[in-house]
Design a protein around this ligand. Structure first.
Ligand code: 9D3
Length: 248
C-alpha cells in the first residue's frame, strides 16, 4: 500500500509513521508513505496557502492552486488513485470503510486545515471525503494517521501475525471479552476460574457470553448488525429476563 499525504504540517505525520506498527509494515515493504508539504507548491513569493473567504464571514480557506499543484505534481492529472479529503463533512470512517479502502494499492490523503478547502478542490480533485467522527479537531492530520493505521493493519502480513486482523472486535461485530494474564491473583483480585481450567470449550463459551454481555451493556447498537447464533440469542434473551443471573 502506498499513501501520499498532502498537508500544511508535514512534521505531524512522520514521527508517528516512523515508530509504530506502521514502521514494521514499512520495513517489510508492505507500506510506503510519502508526505508532501502543500506550502512548497504555492508559487507566490510568500507561499500563501490560505485566504479569507469570498463573501466574508471570517476564518480562512485553503486555496485551490497550492493544493492542485501539489497533488497533480506528485500524482499526475487526473490522479489514478482515490484522492481522499479528510473533513468533518465526510462519510464517517468505520472498520467497513477501512476494509474497503485497504483494497486499493494507492491512496492520496488530503488534510484540510482552517475552515476548510475551496469548494473547487472538492468538486474537481477530491474523489472521496471522510470524517473520523462527530467531534471538532483542528485539522485532518490526525484523521489521516488514523486512516493509515487502520488500513495498514489490514494488509496481510503487516501485523506479523497472519490472522491478527481476524479476531477484531469490530470485525466480529461484538466488543471483546475481558483479557487476563499472569499472575492468577493480584492484590486479592482473581482471574476467573474458567480461564485456568484448561477446558477450551468452556473457555470459548464464557468468552462468547462475556462479549455478548459487554456489547449489550455498552454498545447495544452493535447487536443489531452482529451475526448471532441461536445460542447467542437465547443467552441474550435470558439476560434481558434476569440480568443478574446470566451465568456470564
Ligand atoms: C470553525 C469551523 N468549523 C465549524 C464547526 C468547521 C470545521 C472545519 C474544519 C471544524 C473542524 C475542522 C478541522 N477538522 C478537520 O479537518 C477534520 C475532522 C474533524 O474535525 N473531526 C472529525 N474528522 C475530521 S477529518 C478532518
Amino acid at each position: 500500500m502506498r499513501f501520499d499525504v498532502f498537508t500544511l504540517f508535514p512534521g505531524l505525520i512522520e514521527p508517528y509513521i516512523n515508530e509504530s506498527i506502521l514502521e514494521r509494515a514499512r520495513m517489510r515493504g508492505l507500506l510506503e508513505v510519502h508526505v508532501h508539504d502543500i506550502r512548497a507548491y504555492a508559487t507566490d513569493r510568500h507561499h500563501v496557502t490560505d485566504e479569507p473567504p469570498y463573501g466574508g464571514g471570517g476564518g480562512m480557506v485553503m486555496k485551490c492552486e497550492p493544493v492542485f499543484n501539489a497533488v497533480e505534481s506528485v500524482l499526475g492529472a487526473p490522479p489514478a488513485c482515490p484522492v481522499i479529503l479528510l473533513t468533518p463533512q465526510g462519510r464517517v470512517f468505520t472498520q467497513q470503510v477501512a476494509m474497503e479502502l485497504s483494497q486499493y494499492p494507492h491512496l492520496a490523503l488530503l488534510c484540510g486545515r482552517y475552515e476548510g478547502v475551496d469548494e473547487r478542490v472538492r468538486e474537481h480533485l477530491v474523489t472521496d471525503e471522510i470524517s473520523i467522527g462527530d467531534y471538532v479537531l483542528t485539522g485532518g492530520e490526525l484523521p489521516a494517521l488514523i486512516l493509515m493505521d487502520a488500513i495498514t493493519r489490514l494488509i496481510p502480513g503487516a501485523l506479523g501475525d497472519p490472522d491478527g486482523a481476524i479476531d477484531d472486535s469490530h470485525a466480529s461485530g461484538l466488543l471483546e471479552y475481558p483479557h487476563y494474564t499472569r499472575p492468577a491473583e493480584f492484590r486479592g483480585w482473581k482471574v476467573p476460574e474458567v480461564l485456568l481450567s484448561g477446558n477450551h470449550a468452556e473457555i470459548a463459551r464464557w468468552r462468547r457470553r462475556q462479549a455478548l454481555l459487554r456489547t449489550l451493556q455498552r454498545r447495544p447498537d452493535l447487536l443489531e448488525k452482529a451475526p448471532l447464533s441461536e445460542e447467542d440469542r437465547k443467552f441474550l434473551e435470558q439476560l434481558r429476563k434476569s440480568p443478574d443471573e446470566s451465568g456470564a
